[in-house]
Design a protein around this ligand. Sequence first.
Ligand code: AMP
Ligand code: MG
Length: 324
Amino acid sequence: MSMLCLGIESTAHTFGIGIVSGEGEVLANAWDIYRPPLGWGIKPMDAATHHREVRDRLLEQVLSDTGKTLDDMDLVAFSQGPGLPPCLYVGLEFAQTLSGRGRPLVGVNHCIAHIEIGRLASRQKNPVVLYVSGANTQILSFVEGRYRCFGETMDIGIGNALDKFGREIGLEFPAGPKIESLAKGGSYQELPYSVKGMDLSFSGIVTEASRRVRQGQNKRDMCFSLQETLFAMATEVTERALAHTRKDEVLLTGGVAANNRLQGMLEIMCRERGAEYSVVPTELAGDNGAMIAWTGILVHRSGMRTISKILPRQRTDDVDVGWL
Ligand code: AMP
Ligand code: MG
C-alpha cells in the first residue's frame, strides 16, 4: 500500500476519523454526531465538548477496524475550515497530537473535501458540483486553478433550512431525513420561491412554511412543499451553471445529497440536458473523516504547504487546487 492518511473531521456537529489509502480506498470511517437538546440548534461549546469526549474511542475504532497502528500512518489531515471555531480547535489539537514525530500535518478545506470524496466515488473529472450540507449550499466548478463558486445561498444552508423547519414542527436534529419521510404523504402547496440571479435565499421560505404550520396547515403537505421548493431552486441554478460552463457532468454532494427527491430532480435535469449525473454514496455524504483523509492525500501530493491553524471563515474559492 502506497500511503495511508488519517483524516479528522470536526467542523460542526460531527466528529469523524477516517483512514484512506493513496489509491483512494476507504479503509475505515467512523463518526459520532453531537445532538443538541430538542428545540435547539448546535451549541458550539457543547459540540466541542462532545468531540473531546468521543475522539479517543473513534481513534481506537478506526485503528482496530484496519488492524493498523498510528505508526502506519504516513500523513495526518484535519478539517481546517470553514466551521465553528471551538469545534475546529478540537480537530486541530488532536491532529497535532497524532502527527507528532515528523509526520506531515495537512490542513484541508471542508467543502473541497465534500467535492473530492464525491469525485473519487463517481470518477468524474470535471463536474458542476451541487454541494448541499447543513451550513453550506454552493454551486461550484473547477476553473483556472480553483473551485469557483457560480451560485450560493445568501443566508442559511439548505440543511439548516430543513433543520430549522423541523425544529418548528417538533423534530429532532438532524431533521432532513425525517422531513423526507413525512413528505411522502404530502401534497403541493405554493411557497415563495427565491432565486436571485445565481444565488439562493432560504430563510424567508422557512419562516413562511413555519407560519403556515402554526396556522394549522398539514405538516406533511408543508414538508413536501418545502422540499419541492428548496430542491427546485437548487436544481435551477445547477442547470444554469451547467449551461454557462458547457460542462457535461453533475455531481451532487454533502449531507443533503442523501435525499431521494433531490437526487431525482437533478437526475431528470441531467437526462434532459444530456449530462452525466452522479451522487456521492450515502455513507460518504455527511461530514466524515474519510473525505478529509482523501483530500489530505491530494493536497500533500500536490506539494501544497499547510499552516497549522484553523480557518473558520475560509471559502471554497479561497483555496488553490494544485492537484487538478
Ligand atoms: P453535513 O453538514 O454535510 O454533515 O450535512 C448534514 C445536513 O444534512 C443536516 O442539515 C441534515 O438535516 C441533512 N440531511 C441528512 N440526510 C438528509 C436527507 N435524507 N434529506 C435531507 N437532508 C438531509
Ligand atoms: Mg459538511
